[in-house]
Ligand binder design. Structure first.
Ligand code: HAM
Length: 420
């Protein structure tokens, strides 16, 4: 390879996932899908790219995600396509396209995969990042909100991430609810436009709720006195929110009410929540979600309520701190001596693998000492040693690498003895 070719780097904001970090990723994603399955969520896969309109209409053109962060391109057929920046709009698009909502409701779907947003990279913020998420579609009962939120919190706890659950309701779009509130918020902001950070001033007319997301000190100070959505909910949204809180109380899910939590995507209605961690610095949201009762209609479908969340795997892995994952190699086969021992070792490793037991061995001609080092580095519980003496008697020496105890067993019995 020329020097130029070897100097390629992964694009800015992306990274390669290499062992052992990649093992932890698979472990966390597998755990998520298993925990979600316990509540009846089946896996769904949608394409990595969609027609751009799915996000423009689903997520909202006034959002940062659609306005500034999408990887959008025109293909050779002159279609505008976008690498998915999130998973909810695609899942709802798929549900509508395949009429899944004509069957029993709620639909419960789970996904795991890469998402793409052209943001300024920093710790915990990447241009290709991974999410696991669920969507529960077709039912607007508060019990579904409680189920979804409890599930997110339980999974995070199971995988060793301590988070605080922030909870809010942002009502719905009618004038007697969020619509009226937005008019009041806009009036409040217009009167204080000069006190806002300069970058936030154009949000006042375009998308006033977004001013709550600002991290600019001047804006944060203004927002302390801003009217709050929770004081302006209509009776139905208020009752829904009260029911969600009561059910979370029944399930002993701790939460903190955060009336300034508005979330960054336009499809949200009513319940909005975020799981935040103190381990992450400024990108402190490990995950977030909420209800999106109007999303299906904005994609041109029937009215179809829904609620879900997505959790960032990159951030979960940072917040977990411990990087331990179950290792797959259970037995390391060590051959001592000539070609006959090496052949017997390959045969024993193969027998173990066929019996469903993780096994590995040295194929690079290492000394016994070198092989024992490989064995302990592999995470294996056992070393199965095949030397001249063992081969002559059809036996293997099994060494328990956790206690250093040793014993001889028939080669054919190794699988039985070591089976976890
Ligand atoms: P979101 O809040 O945009 O929601 O993203 C969810 C999570 O994805 C974030 O809390 C964060 O952990 C992770 N994440 C987002 N952007 C990045 C990034 N640039 N780098 C690393 N991690 C990131 C959604 O995406 C909604 N679809 C969630 C949802 C599902 N709402 C209802 N159903």
């Amino acid at each position: 390879m020329s020097e130029q070719e070897t100097s390629f780097r992964a694009p800015r904001g992306t990274y390669d996932l290499l062992p052992p970090a990649s093992l932890e990723w698979r472990h966390v994603m597998g755990l998520a899908m298993d925990v979600f399955a316990l509540s009846g969520y089946d896996p769904v896969e949608t394409p990595i790219f969609e027609h751009t309109e799915v996000f423009e209409r689903g997520v909202g053109e006034a959002t940062e995600v659609v306005g500034k962060q999408m990887y959008t391109f025109t293909d050779r057929g002159d279609r505008s396509l976008t690498l998915r920046p999130e998973g909810t709009a695609p899942v709802v698009r798929a549900v509508l396209e395949h009429n899944l909502h004509r069957g029993p409701l709620p639909l419960k779907l789970a996904y795991a995969g890469p998402m793409f947003r052209q943001e300024r990279p920093q710790k915990g913020r990447y241009r290709q990042f991974w999410q696991v998420g669920i969507e529960a579609i077709g039912v607007d009962a508060a019990a579904l909100d409680a189920e979804v939120i409890e599930l997110g919190q339980r999974f995070l706890r199971d995988c060793g991430v301590e988070t605080t659950l922030l909870l809010n309701s942002i009502g719905h779009l009618d004038p007697d609810c969020r619509g009226g509130y937005l008019a009041e918020l806009r009036r409040f902001l217009q009167a204080r436009r000069d006190d806002l950070a300069e970058d936030d001033r154009d949000r006042v007319d375009r998308n006033p709720l977004r001013t709550f997301d600002s991290k600019e000190r001047a804006t944060v100070a203004v927002m302390k006195d801003a009217p709050l959505i929770t004081d302006h909910l209509c009776a139905d949204c208020d009752a829904h929110f009260a029911a969600v809180r009561a059910l979370l109380g029944d399930l002993e899910v701790p939460y903190v009410l955060e009336p300034r939590l508005v979330r960054g995507l336009d499809y949200y209605t009513r319940t909005a929540f975020e799981f935040v961690s103190g381990e992450l610095g400024s990108q402190n949201a490990v995950g977030g979600g909420g209800r999106y009762d109007g999303l299906a209609e904005s994609l041109g479908g029937d009215a179809l309520p829904g609620i879900g969340f997505a959790l960032g795997i990159d951030r979960i892995v940072i917040a977990r701190g411990t990087h331990e994952v179950p290792r797959r190699v259970h037995v390391y086969v060590v051959a001592v001596g000539d070609e006959t021992a090496a052949r017997a070792a390959l045969k024993l490793a193969t027998q173990l693998r066929r019996a469903g037991i993780g096994a590995d061995l040295d194929l690079a001609g290492r000394s016994m000492k070198g092989q024992m080092k490989q064995a302990s580095g592999s995470g294996a519980r056992w070393a199965a040693i095949l030397g001249e003496r063992e081969l002559a008697s059809g036996k293997a020496t099994l060494k328990d690498l956790t206690t250093s105890d040793q014993r001889e067993v028939d080669v054919d019995q190794v699988a039985e003895v070591v089976r976890p």
